[in-house]
Design a protein around this ligand. Structure first.
Ligand code: GLY
Length: 318
């Protein structure tokens, strides 16, 4: 079984092989941007590249970015610990094209990485494309639909609305239609009762989004209007912790090796077994989430750094 460190490295190696420059995570606290307090997505540090205000160091970049979703437009705080797949702080694996490749390559590479490198079961994957929005004069994303048809049968290509399939950084800023990849992690018996397509984007804990491919074409201005960006870009965000669940064949982020050493140590310290009561399980997940957030936030990590954890006294890659 691939460890979480191997999963992370495989992502970076894959995009390096596609001529991407690998960069370290940016700090999580945002400076000089009144629209954002914390980095809430992999693309946030690159906002000025999308807007054309700065020139990126390369046209293709990939990284794993520390993100915090506890305020503003993307706020998962109420879900943390209550469910098994949202976090305060999490890692977003991302590949970016700044005016270089667009939908065709982004879609092809996301499929290649998931099915040929990580070897995820194709029959468990669903994709979504933007259905369009008449009020905003935005068309159905036919181009993404047509690219997906080469890899996925049409009953697995679902149409999503503006809420799920038009990604915006905040109230203003770069934005565009997006195409998500979801995975069905349920057992065969449950799948036989209800098809996965029915459960995509319904909040089911085992039918979850793992990767979002955003096609940045617009800037949402402060007055709410959309203006076309000077160039077309790709912004993708894959939830590292969820990807580990899928690859390691687990049911919950907290069962992967990203969190299980912390959960084990919490069991030892508290004398309470994880999995015996919903109330204590939630509490343990919240503690495990916050501890990881604390370490990730405080550690000046590159993608390979290891640190000795004060909680369990073992070495972790954050
Ligand atoms: N920027 C893509 C995402 O956060 O889903």
């Amino acid at each position: 079984m691939m460890t979480s460190s191997e999963i992370r490295q495989a992502f970076l190696d894959f995009f390096k092989s596609k001529d991407h420059k690998i960069v370290p995570s940016a700090p999580i606290v945002v400076k000089n941007d009144p629209t954002l307090m914390f980095i809430n997505s992999g693309m946030a540090p690159f906002k000025d590249f999308f807007l054309g205000n700065q020139v990126p160091p390369a046209k293709r970049i990939a990284d794993t970015q520390k993100c915090l979703r506890v305020s503003g437009k993307h706020n998962d705080l109420e879900e943390v610990g209550v469910d098994t797949y949202h976090h305060t702080m999490f890692e977003m694996l991302g590949n970016w094209s700044f005016g270089d490749y667009f939908k065709k390559d982004a879609i092809a590479w996301s499929w290649e990485l998931l099915t040929e490198v990580y070897k995820l079961d194709k029959s468990k994957l669903y994709v979504t494309v933007f259905e369009g929005d008449a009020k905003e004069d935005l068309a159905f994303d036919q181009e993404s639909y047509d690219h997906w048809k080469q890899y996925v049968s049409e009953d697995r290509i679902l149409r999503g609305n503006k809420k799920d399939n038009f990604w915006e950084m905040g109230e203003s800023g770069p934005c565009g239609p997006c195409s998500e990849i979801h995975i069905d992690l349920r057992d065969a018996a449950d799948i036989a009762k209800t098809g996965g397509a029915e459960l995509v984007n319904t909040g089911h804990p085992q039918v979850i989004e793992i990767w979002n491919n955003v096609f940045m074409e617009f800037n949402r201005k402060a007055d709410g209007s959309l203006e076309k960006l000077p160039a077309q870009h790709v912004d993708t965000g894959m939830g590292f912790e969820r990807l580990c669940v899928a690859i390691q064949g687990k049911k919950s982020n907290y069962d992967t090796d990203v969190f299980s050493p912390t959960i084990t140590r919490l069991e030892q310290r508290s004398g309470i077994k994880y999995g015996t009561s919903e109330k204590t399980d939630i509490a343990m997940r919240v503690i495990a989430d916050h501890i990881r957030g604390y370490f990730l936030h405080n550690c000046r990590w590159s993608t390979t750094i290891q640190f000795r954890c004060r909680l369990c006294d073992s070495s972790h890659t954050p």
